[in-house]
Design a protein around this ligand. Sequence first.
Ligand code: BES
Ligand code: MN
Ligand code: ZN
Length: 501
Amino acid sequence: MQVFTESFFKLPEIEQIKDYKSVNTDSIVAGIFEEDTKDSALLRNLEKDFPDLIQSIQKKNFKGKAGRSVHLTANGKDIFIVGFGSKEEKKSWIKKENVRRASALGCINSRDNGAKSVLLLGFEGYEREAIEGALLGLYDFRFFKKEGGDENGDKQKRIEKIFLVSGNQVDIGFLKILCEAQNFARDIVNLPGNYINPSTLAEIASAVSEKYGLNCRIYDAEEIKRMGMEGVLAVGKGSSIPPKFVHIWWSPQDARDKIAFVGKAITFDSGGLSLKTPQAMVTMKADKSGSATVLGAMKVVGQIKPPVEVHGIFAACENMPSGTAQRPDDIIKTMGGKTVEVENTDAEGRLTLVDALHYAQQLGVTKIVDLATLTGACMVALGEYTAGAMGNSEDFIKFVCDIGNELGEKMWHLPFDRDLAEKLKSPYADLKNVGDSYGGAITAGMFMNEFVKKEVHWVHLDIAGPAFTRNKIGYFNQKGGTGYGVRTLVEIVRRIDEFRG
Ligand code: BES
Ligand code: MN
Ligand code: ZN
């Protein structure tokens, strides 16, 4: 695998303009709230170029509902009117998400219609969401397609330039960095196990660090062993490709705080000797999503250079069955000293994560956020679009969830429950690595909690659902990796001073 540090999807240019009449684009995307569809200054203005616009959209029964779009043509110009839903929507995160999706829908429809340039109109007050929707929505992954064709083999259509109409202050540079990093994370998730393995993933981390001015330390299997990370070793030893432990960090002078982001980095999860079924194995290239998100966020950190020390940590392993694989019944000693009886080798993520969490705590961080495609049970509990948030600090969980939800990265707090702790008891070791069929997301979180000090504010995000979409949804226009969590992690760093805990 050729090492890469940028998404294979090249972003269009974005320019902010005040007067929409100052440019001439192939396509116009006009966003509108339900309340404004009957009559509004925007529509009346547009009627000068698109006669009978208001009548036409009413004839097409367009009422501004979220997810709806109408296409009109006049004088060789195309306009896509996209619905924002109701102005009265009480939940600000739903309103923002409606705008992201509307922007994505308008841009995608414009592109598919052949437009090379678009104008985004009506997005004042929602500039960030407009840009996020456009840049994430236009993403596609064509790495393996002949001549970059689309899923039908058709030649790739591309939007080269977006004009955003707004008089407000917008940091377009930052938003491009952010969305590019999220798309980069999606590429990493989308590349399969014969391209991304523990070695290549570590090389990518090293290249990202080099390019964006981060420190980087990569430990090979020998060093992992010397550090006492038997969890990582046990999970990695079934594969012919040995594990790598990756630590990259940004360390400014007089750092105001110290935080670590830990990601699950199973480059492929076959289940190991507790082998998955063929159906369950498909998409398990996405089991490295947590680490892809951490890499994406660290790449942004390297560019925005915050006054906060930020560590990105993951243990890259391939979970494979073989004559050298760990067995059910094996007992391992983790880096922190606790012993674990391995009852199921498919509950591998937590074994690697607790060593990574221990390593993170040794750095003296005050806060840790980990992201892991940890349990199918979390998808059963919350559906596939919402992450389960757990941890040892209610305040920090709320802080993280509030940030995530505002960004359209949905999260919901799942409660630890001391009655469930019984399920993790082992007759031989300090813990066993699985509970039973109930409350699997929570018992996985509680297992990890056993390895985290009370003094550290720790949030665990089970992203088994939202890391990977099985269908097109919202501004994810292609099934596959979503880069879930990149924007949340970056925002946690930017707003860390607001956390009082
Ligand atoms: N990587 C999987 C979790 C997963 C499942 C992510 C489906 C995305 C979609 C994890 O390693 C796993 O296999 N978990 C087991 C845990 C069980 C053995 C306790 C699971 O969810 O079945
Ligand atoms: Mn597994
Ligand atoms: Zn896994």
